[in-house]
Design a protein around this ligand. Sequence first.
Ligand SMILES: NC(=O)c1ccc[n+]([C@@H]2O[C@H](COP(=O)([O-])OP(=O)(O)OC[C@H]3O[C@@H](n4cnc5c(N)ncnc54)[C@H](O)[C@@H]3O)[C@@H](O)[C@H]2O)c1
Ligand SMILES: O=C(O)C[C@H](O)C(=O)O
Length: 330
Amino acid sequence: MPSTPPAVVTVTGAAGHIGYAALFRIAAGAMLGHDQPVRLRLLELPGAVSAAVGTAMELDDGAFEQLTSVDIFDDARAAFDGTDYALLVGAKPRSKGMERADLLQANAAIFAEQGAVLNDVAGEDLRVIVVGNPANTNAAIAAAHAPDIPAERFTALTRLDHNRAIAQLSHRAGCPAREITRVSVWGNHSASQYPDIFHARVAGRSGAEFAEDRAWLVDDFIPTVARRGTAIIETRGASSAASAASATIDHVHDWVLGTPDGDWTSAALPSPGVYGVPEGLVCSFPVRSVGERWEIVEGLDINEFSRTRIDASVAELADEIAAVGDLLPA
Ligand SMILES: NC(=O)c1ccc[n+]([C@@H]2O[C@H](COP(=O)([O-])OP(=O)(O)OC[C@H]3O[C@@H](n4cnc5c(N)ncnc54)[C@H](O)[C@@H]3O)[C@@H](O)[C@H]2O)c1
Ligand SMILES: O=C(O)C[C@H](O)C(=O)O
């Protein structure tokens, strides 16, 4: 029987918190399936290569059946050579006194360079997920520097926000998460995002029924989901890592292996100009994966309540892109 060729998966920032939580689940088959051999490439800054080597030693000790190799790099060109999946996690964290615009600039430079390198050396079927913040704009910048790769292959992580919305709704409804479908996260992975439950199904009931309690929706559900990242930092003393790693794996898993029948998920993709989102902004939409391609769920009725919130988050995305305009190719 012919053996399945290994998939090449490059993880940047591999020695960081999210990388450490993601790598072992990727090696165990949670991302691409238990029958898919995987070659892992770990990209780190030179100062963190030793930590990545230690992580590789632990991966070795896992004796994972489908893990074919683990290689460590501090050079993007070598790490991305022929890669099929680029998980762009590595980014500069926001330091004390740093303005959002400074963070945008610092990280935009990293993603401009990585987009250009991916364009030159990545595999033909490359798929990219940007996790490093500001994830949506970093993905837009990487895509802009990779003119030979279809822009739709560049995505950003909002699955964590999607999963957070399901968790909050399940607490409200007193039902397990598996009984909740068709939640949508719109906009930016930031406090301006809009988790939308109007089209959701909640244990056989309509999400719109839950949305009728506007006090709960406006003062509890939406801010709890949208500010969950900050709440985790304040409570845990570090930003979410295991849940972000898990959501990253969910994102790639569903992209490649498909979303469940009758459901959809959320992912940030370059807008093709639907739902009033200007073309090219990397915006979170409700999506299904069909034949290993994301398709935006079209034709949803957007009420006034939702419209206002989607527009506010999209305006923030447009401002972010404008702030890094000097790093976009002319
Ligand atoms: N989109 C989301 O839902 C989401 C959720 C949580 C965290 N995040 C973001 O993910 C990123 C990583 O989080 P973390 O907790 O793993 O951070 P971390 O600081 O623990 O790890 C980041 C790692 O990236 C490396 N790195 C920095 N620049 C690099 C570059 N140019 N190339 C390769 N590696 C590089 C660092 O050396 C470090 O090891 C942060 O930007 C964080 O804000 C996003
Ligand atoms: O790292 C952060 O700023 C928060 C993170 O994006 C999260 O949503 O948990």
